[in-house]
Design a protein around this ligand. Structure first.
Ligand code: SF4
Ligand code: SF4
Length: 430
């Protein structure tokens, strides 16, 4: 799996700040450096925001990828429109993308409106209520890992960027006569989770997007390009589609009051737990986004999300409600995810149930013996995580700083490297 979130080892000071912010307990610090457990990382970007040394990075595709294709299409996320000062027409951004090097632009907001219409039409035929939004790939992967009972609640539609890519490529094939493989379709992403999803989609047999460019990089290219735009391109979405960039926008577009919008990963986890416990009676739709304020709060955006939200509101004043609808007869079914979503057990203790139960009991017993302070000095997020690592053979009970203190009191001679907690050891054996 290709992840967008990566570690710059040279910058990492092993300070352990990032460990506690990771919602999937995917980070460990050993021998002075952080490591990310790939199978657990959902690319939410929390550690990118938290690291005081900028050692965690969200890596996207390089701009040079454009030269791999004969014809290139930009898929701007609607959050891109909120990044610019003094702009009353999103068409200037669309024109700027063409001036910056794309042959064509297909708005993701347009696909979002189509999905909203499809969701309105399918109301009443849902397999499980509440339906949970699938627009945030970090949240979808969180459910696939930690909340298997809720998988059947996930909305069956592909993500707006995926639908935009499928439709943009099909239109470009007709228009240019080129085969689909010579057409590059690139998403302009506000967050690392969407970059990772572009390369590793869930519920699709293969990627439909050729790559993703960071919104902050594209922003720098757009500033001079937008100055050259004489006539803005027509905006093809309405206020509903552009509203998907803000937390609450997807829910509002359903035109039903029975939805809640939840932003920020700790809030998302708490609401998913409530759904598991059957506490959300009367709610039909739950919009979830890992970032505060929705996609406008993605760690690859440029503008303060609250300011960007005000700008989106301003742009919406001049827009029709919606310009796109869904017709199964005309469109065919390119909206429903072709493959089922499956549980991805990143926390599986053993493939044998009996052995897993034995390990579980070991973890419980060891957690009881540890001090329960969750101080993270051992390089894991909690005492329970250390107990898991010890049981799985990745750490030692002696990594606990309190156990180390006992050893130091008992030992003779000066304390050596082995008496330091793992984040601060320098030896290979540590
Ligand atoms: S916050 Fe994490 S990645 Fe950043 S320097 Fe500290 S340990 Fe390294
Ligand atoms: S991106 Fe999110 S899930 Fe991945 S390591 Fe960082 S905080 Fe954890």
């Amino acid at each position: 799996m290709i992840h967008s979130v990566t570690l710059d080892k040279d910058r990492c000071k092993g300070c352990t700040t990032c460990i506690k912010r990771c919602p999937t307990e995917a980070i460990r610090v050993r021998r002075g450096k952080a490591t990310i457990l790939s199978e657990r990382c959902i690319d939410c970007g929390e550690c990118v925001r938290a690291c005081p040394h900028r050692a965690k990075r969200a890596v996207c595709d390089p701009w040079s990828r454009l030269s791999d294709f004969e014809y290139n299409i930009a898929l701007p996320a609607p959050s891109l429109y909120g990044q610019f000062h003094n702009m009353d027409d999103a068409g200037i951004v669309l024109g700027g993308l063409v001036k910056a090097g794309f042959d064509e632009v297909y708005e993701v907001a347009r696909a979002a409106e189509t999905i909203s219409d499809r969701m309105r039409q399918s109301r009443g035929s849902e397999s499980a209520l509440p339906v949970i939004s699938s627009a945030c790939p970090a949240c979808t992967r969180l459910i696939l890992q930690r909340f298997p009972k809720l998988i059947r609640h996930i909305d069956p539609c592909v993500a707006p960027a995926e639908l935009a890519a499928i439709r943009a490529r099909a239109l470009a094939v007709k228009k240019t006569g080129l085969p689909g493989g010579k057409i590059g379709v690139f998403f302009i992403t506000p967050c690392p989770a969407k970059m990772t999803a572009a390369h590793n989609p869930v519920g699709l047999p293969a990627p439909v997007i050729d790559g993703a460019f960071s919104m902050s990089d594209v922003y720098l290219r757009l500033l001079p390009a937008m100055k050259k735009v004489e006539t803005p391109l027509p905006v093809t979405a309405g206020l509903m589609g552009i509203g998907w960039s803000v937390s609450g926008g997807e829910g509002k577009a359903l035109l039903s009051g029975r939805y809640i919008s939840v932003d920020g990963i700790p809030n998302v986890i708490s609401v998913l737990e409530d759904i598991e416990d059957g506490k959300l009676e009367g709610i039909e739709f739950v919009e979830i986004g890992a970032c505060t304020q929705g996609c406008l709060g993605g760690c690859l955006t440029v503008e303060n999300p609250f300011v960007a939200k005000a700008r989106i509101r301003n742009l919406q004043k001049y827009m029709p409600v919606s310009q796109n609808s869904y017709s199964p007869k005309e469109d065919g079914d390119d909206i429903t995810r072709p493959l089922p979503l499956e549980f991805t057990p990143a926390w599986q203790l053993d493939s044998s149930l009996e052995a897993a139960m034995a390990k579980h009991r070991q973890i419980e017993a060891l957690t009881e013996r540890l001090p329960g302070l969750d101080c993270s000095s051992c390089g894991t997020p909690s005492c329970r995580a250390l107990a898991e690592d010890v049981t799985l053979g990745f750490a030692s009970e002696e990594d606990c700083i309190f156990h180390m203190r006992e050893h130091m009191a008992l030992s003779e001679g000066p304390p050596g490297d082995n008496f330091l907690p793992p984040p601060f050891r320098r030896s290979i054996e540590g």
